[in-house]
Design a protein around this ligand. Structure first.
Ligand code: KIV
Ligand code: ZN
Length: 544
């Protein structure tokens, strides 16, 4: 096949600026159980933009009409002239590229990201095509994407297990057809840092056109062997100037490279890497919590940068050193990731104005109706809890934004438990038809009893995979945050997460379970539920 590649080998982008390409809403959302509704996606996108992310991969528009609508909304509302590039993913097929363009064109700076594998394993077993056919498709589809959009990225999927010379050939064709970003995925997390760095260096050196002005090489690593961050940093050292990452490292299987780890490694080891990003690191903790709340994927306590223990010192000798000087055992200040920013801000006497200003400072843009609802929730909690922190507010907002998929709403509950008698829960739910349903359940404990009462009303068979409760802030009156993960029992084992926050952890548990059930009902199109989840005629206990 003719390639007619330009051979301009003038300087590659050797500036120190690393573009942060966040794919939380695309690759991150592919984590089992992480499905987000469009309101949550928009909110996350707003926070990513405010934090200084350069490119947001907002979704995979061809995956479903909902995905397309969510990407379009982000393009319209977040993709402003002074905002980030808004990118959508597309397979190297015309239909995908059309849908992608349909969604991203509303951004001031749209990007289409086309991918096609280059490994023989994928070409043979997944696509059943040979290398020549793959190159032809790359040529035609990058050309087509470029005819629609000025900014095109190409990814040779499974590059980590491909022959490097063939990856270079594929990238050369993509460059010739107008792609300006070449993203090199270690799709299955197989590579070591030395290998990945060498691959990036090889490609920059040996891809015809790979050093042309304006060509950016990009890293995309998965964490199957726990090396995603190390691989990404090795790629950047070898000359890549875009890093594809997700908040909290969420993503397929063991996840993607985590944004906060790469950014803080670059910041903390500045003289070593001699690289920079535009990320306002003080927002990292807040955005991490936001994503954990919305996805229901809890951050492990020992997670670097954003884990609950990342800045705690337990051993006596460490504490002693810390008290003498923080530099003894601390390589980053907690303030640098926004950890101590969570001031005690509001209480029950705080007015609507102060509340609104605080939410605005936290990066939320709510409509008047949403603000009214949030203020009501805040007042309910402030009656029970003296000081409401930023983290508390985030948890309350996370609950509220689950709204669009809220088919069943919790309208009241009463639980009795203790050592005498059986734990019993009475639950009142408002159904999708607007009617109220009341059921009682017994169980081994208050949460079990609550879930059994909910099951009697919602009647959606499922298996509880994970139940986690933790206090957002310290103190006996702390808001309890519960995340649950459930899966369907239909043999497909689709997983759904839910989040609930309340000073009463049994109420928080009920909210979290309902949120997960609502998502399951919408996604599986349970009897009578429309894909948008607007209405339903689901069979309910007591329904006639
Ligand atoms: O891991 C991967 O290969 C991907 C591509 C679609 C870029 O996510
Ligand atoms: Zn990936």
């Amino acid at each position: 096949m003719e390639t007619n590649v330009q051979t301009d080998t003038s300087e590659a982008d050797v500036s120190t600026h690393v573009r942060i390409f966040d794919t939380t809403l695309r690759d991150g959302e592919q984590s089992p159980g992480a499905s987000l509704n469009s309101a949550e996606k928009l909110e996350i996108a707003r926070h990513l933009a405010a934090m200084g992310v350069d490119i947001i991969e907002a979704g995979f528009p061809a995956a479903s009409p909902d995905d397309l609508a969510a990407v379009r909304r982000i393009a319209e509302e977040v993709g402003k002239a002074d905002g980030p590039i808004i990118c959508g993913l597309a397979r190297a097929v015309k239909g995908d590229i059309d849908k992608c363009w349909e969604a991203v064109q509303y951004a001031a700076k749209p990007r289409i990201h086309v991918f096609l594998s280059t490994s023989d394993i994928h070409l043979k077993y997944q696509f059943n095509i040979d290398r020549e056919e793959a190159l032809l498709r790359i040529q035609q589809m990058v050309r087509y994407a470029r005819s629609l959009c000025a900014d095109v990225e190409y990814s040779p999927m499974d590059a980590g297990r491909s022959e490097p010379a063939f990856v270079a050939q594929a990238c050369a064709i993509a460059i010739e057809e107008g792609a300006t970003t070449l993203n090199i995925p270690d799709t299955v997390g197989y590579m070591t840092p030395a290998e990945y760095g060498a691959l990036i260096a090889y490609l920059i050196e040996n891809t015809p056109g790979g050093k042309n002005p304006g060509i950016i090489w990009s890293t995309h690593c998965h964490d199957d062997l726990g090396m995603a961050t190390a691989n990404t940093l090795a790629g950047l050292q070898a000359g890549a100037r875009q890093a594809e990452v997700t908040i909290n490292g969420i993503g397929e299987r063991a996840g993607n490279t985590s944004l906060e780890e790469v950014v803080m490694a670059i910041n903390t080891r500045q003289p070593y890497y001699n690289l920079t990003t535009r990320i306002d690191t003080k927002q990292l903790t807040r955005v991490s919590r936001l994503v954990a709340n919305y996805t229901g994927i809890v951050v492990q306590p020992n997670k670097a940068i954003v884990g609950a223990n990342a800045f705690s010192h337990e051993a006596g000798i460490h504490q002693d050193g810390q008290l003498k000087h923080h530099s003894t055992y601390e390589i980053m200040r907690p303030e640098s990731v926004g950890l101590s920013e969570s001031r005690l801000v509001l209480g029950k006497h705080s007015g609507r104005h102060a509340f609104k200003v605080r939410l605005r400072d936290l990066g939320y843009q709510l409509s008047d109706k949403e603000l009214d609802e949030a203020f009501k929730r805040f007042k309910d909690v402030a009656d029970k809890k003296k000081h409401i922190t930023d983290a508390d507010l985030q948890a309350l907002l996370a609950d509220q934004l689950q709204g669009p998929t809220e088919l069943f709403k919790l309208r009241g509950m009463q639980v009795t438990c203790g050592q005498i008698g059986m734990p019993t829960a009475t639950i009142k739910l408002e159904g999708p038809d607007g009617k109220e349903y009341i059921e009682a359940g017994i169980g081994t404990g208050p949460v079990d009893a609550t879930y059994s009462a909910i099951d009697k009303i919602v009647k959606m068979p499922n298996r509880l995979l994970e139940f986690a409760v933790h206090a957002i802030t310290e103190g006996i009156d702390a808001i309890g945050e519960v995340t649950v993960r459930i899966c369907t029992k239909d043999g497909e084992y689709q997983t759904f997460g839910g989040h609930g926050a309340d000073p009463d952890i049994v109420v928080a548990s009920a909210k979290a379970y309902l949120a997960a059930l609502n998502r399951m009902l919408v996604a599986t199109g349970a009897p009578g539920v429309t894909p948008e989840g607007e209405r339903a005629t689901i069979k309910m206990a007591g329904a006639d």
